[in-house]
Design a protein around this ligand. Sequence first.
Ligand code: AMP
Ligand code: MG
Length: 413
Amino acid sequence: MTKPPMLTAQQALDHLLSHAKAVSKIERVPTQVALGRVLAEDVNSLVDVPPLDNTSMDGYAVRIADATTPGQMLKIVQRIPAGSVGVQIEPGTAARIFTGAPVPQGADAVVMQEDCTVLEDQIDQVQINITPSSGQWIRRKGEDLTAGKTALVAGIFLRPQELGVAASAGLTHLNVKRRLRVAAFFTGDELALPGEPLKPGGIYNSNRDTLLACLKSLGCDATDLGIVPDRLDATRQALRQASKDHDLIITSGGVSVGEEDHIKPAVTAEGRLDLWQIAIKPGKPLAFGAVRKSEKLEDGEAWFIGLPGNPVSSFVTFLLFVRPFILKLQGRDAIAPQSYLMRADFDWLKADRRNEFLRVKINSQGGLDLFPNQSSGVLTSASWGDGLIDCPPSQAIKAGDLVKYIPFSALLS
Ligand code: AMP
Ligand code: MG
């Protein structure tokens, strides 16, 4: 049997991304339900935000020319709560004003109420106890968004704050890419679902919950096709079912080249497949290919990515390879996860020849601690940790070294 080619993580990623083309279908959805969608087109603001110069403090709107020395008395001639508009301010006068209210014409500063005195027997006068500077406590018209200018750019993943920006721009609806449809199934005769009794030699299917949740956090429509036994016919049948209504099929387990590993022959029979060895740890075997949607070529194919079965390996390979592939299919702009140079507060002297992804956690001194058991079967390492160190091949880590840290939060959005 020929051994699959050995690729670096970068080679595998480049290969995957060279195939992924963004879905073209666009849907128009209400802004409030656009969370987790990918914006399909740039959107322009319908309004200036804020719409007028307004005050960021409760206080008094004044002309600085009237308050050049502390202690100046000004006549209070108008009161402007948020939501109403005052009138031109005349020399020697001030406007009582409240946060969010438009600054009246002629005023060029706001003095916060803590810097003013109003005497009980002279309530129509305010004493300005400071010399205000021009523009103080004034939020300028359009300083956040300008009418007609881009408020949000195509390709961004819509988070809560983007929905808020769209709403402040006056947009009731957004044009987004249709959701990616991803089917997942899990191979292994040993697998059982939580709630079922475990037979001897059995283990619970943890990859189902990890991987489906990963898909959801990336904004995919995820279909669970359940556990598939280690048989060629069952695997082929699951692939045929999965390919129909999905853009991408992901599986866990069965991607090695042993007698009980049926992914390779099954995908090859239903489409095409490359089986790779990737020089990473955890991870290593990864399968990439496509499954025909029907016997008719013109019906197209669904992409296929087969992940290894070990729970940490399938999680890490999902984050490193499936996530960027999905982001590119979704039409997202930023694909590479944000990483940071951080200090290791541990020694890792048994450097591996492979590129290792170590589960670590940020400590209260701002350094990284290592989970003691880095086995690919120990999923609690990923739950304890809050990210991965991307450790280059054959590189030992000494306490104090700066290392490349990628938080899970950057890999799950
Ligand atoms: P495989 O890649 O099929 O050779 O599986 C490698 C290891 O991962 C074996 O110990 C399997 O029992 C385990 N494994 C495979 N699939 C799952 C799963 N869905 N949940 C938990 N462990 C799994
Ligand atoms: Mg297996």
